[in-house]
Design a protein around this ligand. Structure first.
Ligand code: NDP
Length: 250
């Protein structure tokens, strides 16, 4: 991971699954970040994350419910306090939910809840952390965009790709797919709006892994994503990529 040098990163949904995988991989980097902000909605109940944080003082657990604007605002203030005068290099919007239901049985509540968490949450996160991301961009040398400088990474899914909807009729996850298609559009909008501030934005499909949504195959996927992030530059902002760096059709 020679190409990714972040001083600070925030991962949402960091208490389990892919989010926890990110935290573990950041710790194993040759130059680990000075600050790894691990967002989770119930910090007290998270033994694995608490254990890691007790051994690694660079992990700061931040209470964070991404569907609650007040929680996001409080998290941004807390992260800002820890960072002192410096900015946040990398925001990984990883938290997400999936509710399985056939199209016939889909309901307003699941559609709304999934959209709120998977799409609106990352948008509010981008807004709230913009000042810190801008600060990181301003404080980093070099003119081009990169994930080491300042970036928003939205963890999407190939399930949000309208163009590659292969075999998905078997998967009863309409609300999830709609929310991820919308997250892809959000990523594009963020890339257009935040480019002038020096912030790179991408939507990233992490690959398939049996989390709560098997940990055995998680490591190569997280490693793959970090490798992809380390390789991104100005030309990639607004892209929709998978964990191997392949462009996914919208
Ligand atoms: P998990 O279900 O294992 O973990 C989801 C994480 O998101 C948990 O930490 C959960 O917290 C958190 N979360 C959910 N809702 C909220 C909320 N409102 N506020 C804050 N945190 C929240 O999922 P994965 O690790 O598998 O998935 C991570 C991301 O990757 C998701 O965005 C998912 O859509 C995407 N993805 C995953 C794939 C896979 O194969 N696993 C494939 C494609 C995409 P809590 O413990 O409190 O519930």
């Amino acid at each position: 991971m020679a190409g990714l040098h972040v001083r600070s990163v925030l991962v949402t949904g960091a208490n389990r699954g892919i989010g926890l995988g990110f935290v573990q991989h950041f710790l194993r980097m040759p130059n680990p970040p000075q600050w790894i902000f691990a967002g989770c909605r119930d910090p007290k109940g998270q033994r694995e994350l608490q254990n890691l944080a007790s051994k690694h003082p660079n992990i700061i657990i931040i209470p964070l419910e991404v569907s609650d604007p007040a929680s996001i605002k409080a998290a941004a203030a807390k992260v800002g306090e820890h960072l002192g005068g410096s900015g946040l290099n990398l925001l990984i919007n990883n938290a997400g939910i999936l509710k399985a239901k056939s199209l016939d049985n889909e309901v307003l509540q699941d559609m709304t809840e999934t959209y709120t968490t998977n799409t609106v949450g990352p948008m509010l996160m981008g807004q709230a952390f913009l000042p810190l991301l801008k600060k990181a961009a301003q404080g980093s040398p070099g003119s081009g965009l990169s994930c080491s400088k300042a970036a928003i990474v939205n963890i999407s899914s190939i399930g949000g790709s309208i163009a590659s909807a292969f075999g998905w009729e078997l998967m009863q996850v309409t609300s999830y797919r709609c929310s991820k298609a919308a997250l892809n559009m959000l990523s594009k909008c963020q890339s257009l709006a935040y480019k002038e501030h020096g912030i790179l934005c991408v939507a990233l499909h992490p690959g398939w892994v049996q989390t709560d949504m098997g940990i055995p195959c998680l490591a190569p996927l997280v490693q793959g994503m970090l490798k992809v992030l380390s390789s991104l530059s100005e030309k990639d902002t607004g892209a929709y990529l998978d964990w191997e760096g392949n462009v996914i059709p919208w």
